[in-house]
Ligand binder design. Structure first.
Ligand code: SF4
Ligand code: SF4
Length: 373
């Protein structure tokens, strides 16, 4: 049976597994709708979408899937969507965005609305500034267009702790998985302790943890599958309300639901057991901690490149290519106008990388792979 948890203090009970709606084939609406309806039928009642996902089709797919449900079932399904300061920098822009989203989703009120992808405290301040995105979302909440105001963040644990102290939101979505858990743990715990709903995204490390899963079977726990083990790692945390996973077809939904229902309750022993096994993996990946960034005199977004190189190393070059295209599509936001060719090979970043990654070598290789060099 699917487990449900209280989403912080919102009074809403949500499934411990959520459907990330970012992996549907944008050209195959029937499959996307079938995937969403399968998830709902199997007990998932938290759908996470956003503008831009699936070539900007995701919100519409969610709306059309919901329209196929009886009213009573629809009322029990919660939708989370977002707006980002990059495309909606003002209160008015957020307001316009929300109106568009309500139409796309076919809803009168958005259940969970997120200030999307707050990278650090400086950006948090800009989101919260007078006339900024938060103000627009707050006004929409007061008008009854939004039920709960939340945020998503890739900021460090320390920064998230400070954001939580401000108490402006009711929930947070964090990237959290076996690769980066130490970097995000303080934020995760602080949000849970403050009574926020805590959603985690990217439990499979953007595909890094699923590639060569067969080879890693010896590292799996009792589930017998490395993919399931990585998902169980998140599901076993008592602090986490919803584990989001991007699923692109009904088969993936069924497999992940089977994993979710295999845990009757959060269990610290499962976490310990998985961490011990994972330590034996012996592979060093970029955790996305971004400690290197402040030491780079060139301002290169090192973590984006090292993570793409990890994907190439793990033989998922198509995933690296896919995210690179996203970065190029909004270059100022992601790459901040800097490329691998800007690297002067000073080595400062490597001094401060906790993973001890040979960053210069990785930048050279990924730069060649992507055709920047
Ligand atoms: S390259 Fe190293 S320091 Fe930079 S984000 Fe990755 S793990 Fe962190
Ligand atoms: S080696 Fe390159 S990426 Fe690293 S700090 Fe120097 S310029 Fe930046």
């Amino acid at each position: 049976m699917m487990r449900y948890k209280e989403f912080g203090r919102t009074g809403k009970k949500v499934s411990v597994l959520g459907l990330g709606c970012m992996r549907f084939d944008p050209t195959n609406e029937p499959l996307a709708i079938e995937t969403i309806l399968t998830a709902i039928q199997l007990g998932i009642n938290y759908l996470d979408t956003a503008p831009g996902y699936c070539q900007d089709k995701s919100e519409e797919f969610v709306g059309r899937a919901l329209a196929e449900l009886p009213v009573e079932t629809r009322k029990k399904v919660y939708v989370s969507t977002k707006s980002t300061i990059y495309s909606d920098p003002t209160a008015e822009a957020v307001r316009r965005r929300i109106e568009q989203q309500l139409k796309r989703l076919g809803k009168e009120k958005i259940d969970f609305y997120n200030m999307w992808n707050i990278m650090d405290l400086e950006q948090y301040e800009r989101v919260m500034a007078r006339g900024g995105p938060y103000e627009g979302a707050l006004r929409a909440k007061e008008e009854g267009l939004i039920d709960h105001l939340c945020c998503t963040s890739h900021a460090s644990g320390e920064d998230v702790v400070k954001m939580v102290k401000e108490g402006a939101f009711e929930g947070i979505t964090l990237g959290y998985n076996l690769l980066n858990h130490t970097f995000h743990q303080a934020g995760l715990k602080a949000a849970a302790a403050a009574g926020w709903g805590v959603v985690t995204m990217n439990p499979l490390g953007g595909g890094l943890l699923t590639r060569d899963a067969a080879k890693r079977r010896s590292l799996s726990d009792s589930s017998g599958s490395f993919v399931a083990t990585a998902l169980r790692f998140n599901l076993a945390h008592s602090e986490i309300t919803v584990v989001l996973s991007g699923m692109k077809n009904p088969a993936e939904v069924r497999a992940n639901v089977a994993t979710a229902v295999s845990l009757e309750r959060p269990d610290p022993e499962i976490i310990e057991n998985i961490l011990e096994r994972f330590a034996a993996l012996g592979e060093s990946f970029c955790t996305g901690c971004r400690y290197c960034l402040e030491y780079c005199p060139q301002g290169i977004q090192i973590h984006l490149y090292t993570q793409m190189w990890d994907q190439v190393r793990l033989k998922i070059p198509e995933e690296a290519q896919r995210v690179y295209e996203i970065y190029l599509g909004d270059e100022n936001r992601w790459l901040q106008g800097k490329r691998t060719t800007d690297c002067t090979e000073c080595g400062e970043c490597e001094e401060h990388c906790p993973q001890r990654l040979p960053i210069r070598e990785y930048l050279d290789k990924i730069g060649r792979f992507l055709g920047e060099k």
